[in-house]
Ligand binder design. Sequence first.
Ligand code: SAH
Length: 365
Amino acid sequence: MTSLPLVFDPPRRGLPPRHLADLSQSERRDAVAELGEKPFRADQLSRHYFGRLENNPDAMTDLPTGVRDKLGQALFPPLLTEVRHVETDSGTTRKTLWKLHDGTLVESVLMRYKDRLTVCVSSQAGCGMACPFCATGQGGLTRNLSTAEIVEQVAAAARVAAAGELSGGVVRLSNVVFMGMGEPLANYKRVAAALHRMVEPAPAGLGLSQRHITMSTVGLVPAIHRLADEGLNVTLAVSLHAPDDELRDTLVPVNTRWNVREVLEAADEYAARTGRRYSIEYAMIRNINDQGWRADLLGELLSGRLAHVNLIPLNPTPGSKWDASPKPVEEEFVRRVAAYGVSITVRDTRGREIDGACGQLAAKG
Ligand code: SAH
């Protein structure tokens, strides 16, 4: 990649100190050796962190105290401090506000369903994509999150689940969606490393299933290609929101750089390379993108592609002039798209009452 577009130019300021979860297994061994300890200590630390979700070095009692103190200090800096959490949907949805080492605030959301437990993680503090209907987009980008700051959101969710803190009792974390704050593919290197940490089996990583991880993007085409080269086959979700460039230029401003056709071609290539169906996300905004003719256009566009459409009823955001489409309009839209043989469902929106739903994360202290 020689000519990286501006959106990939990552602000480095504020990145936290190095943590075990930033490192691959071989990097962990090197780091431990540099600290003057035997490389096998890295495997012990990894078993604690990735295998048992332990991030407190004091609890790693199979290591001698001196070693534990030294490695603990060097490789387990506290990255996320819980400010508070709020719950809704009878305790099955929980939004957590985290303070990072430099005081930056981010949020993640845990959602328990009958058959799965999903954590929605943030990949950046704020977001630079400026989509006008999304609360995160209104504040701009503060900074990228480090790999470990992303992994820690997942580990924290897994700890809450394993401790039986969610309504319904003990459960295993099964799914991760990159649909919290930020544009994950604009923080590519750190997000890709976080993916490897999530899917590699313990003690290398958390051992989550690739197909249970969803990467959601506004459609940064070169980064979609790069993800296809990554050797992973996580699920790709593209935030389309309009089938035509004229409207998409206003709803997802990066469309002026990579248009609808280019984004869909990149998603097709991803599907061909990975064998995975991709999702098209479409927030239904009353009288903006919900017309019958746009449903027809979307159906025509996606017909024959390995895509599934997720309609998201627009969630309210502060100061927005837009509303969700009325139910009958939504139903008609579904009917029309489905008539083209395209699979389409309406997303069961969670966490709206706690400003924890899609597009509502703004991390106010
Ligand atoms: N930046 C990434 C991931 C974060 S948003 C992306 O855009 O895909 C996750 C999803 O929520 C995206 O599809 C986004 O477009 C959608 N979204 C944003 N604001 C929303 C709102 N107010 N109501 C419903 N969905 C929204």
